[in-house]
Design a protein. Structure first.
Length: 145
């Protein structure tokens, strides 16, 4: 084996090692910073009490200590329960809202995690749908359609 061949093989091995290390770092970064919102989908309609059961988690619960949580553009300090962010005890008014949770990245130059949900709080009673009055028979005052 010539000297140049050894250099090329050594360089190739170093490139593969660096690529493998970078891939592992990116995979760990993704696992740490992905935020999962439990109990709240985008566009959900829920009651104010239901919002108290919403939680946010990530692969690295320590990141939640540095989380920025905005509700309708205003910072809030939610509770921490079992390594998750909890909105228990937070009172919301009726209407549309926007929740934004952001955590920093542990890997320099890579973005942190971000979760955003838009939802509506409606604590009123559900409307009865599908029933219409009918005058076709005095015995049957309503019909189901």
């Amino acid at each position: 084996m010539t000297r140049n061949t050894r250099r090329v093989r050594t360089a190739a091995a170093l490139v593969l090692l660096l690529a493998a290390s970078a891939t592992a770092a990116l995979a760990a970064h993704a696992r740490w910073t992905v935020l999962t919102v439990h109990g709240l989908g985008d566009g959900t309609v829920l009651t104010a009490a239901d919002f108290g059961r919403v939680q946010v988690s990530t692969g690295d619960p320590a990141l939640l200590d540095e989380a920025v949580v905005l509700l309708d553009g205003m910072p809030v300090r939610p509770a921490r329960v079992d390594g998750r962010i909890s909105f228990r005890g937070l009172e919301l008014s009726e209407g549309r809202h926007r929740l934004l949770v952001r955590v920093p990245s542990r890997v320099p130059l890579l973005p942190g995690g971000l979760a955003e949900r838009r939802f509506t709080v409606d604590s009123g009673p559900p409307a009865a749908e599908g029933w219409k009055g009918s005058s076709s028979s005095p015995r049957w005052s309503t019909t189901r359609r």
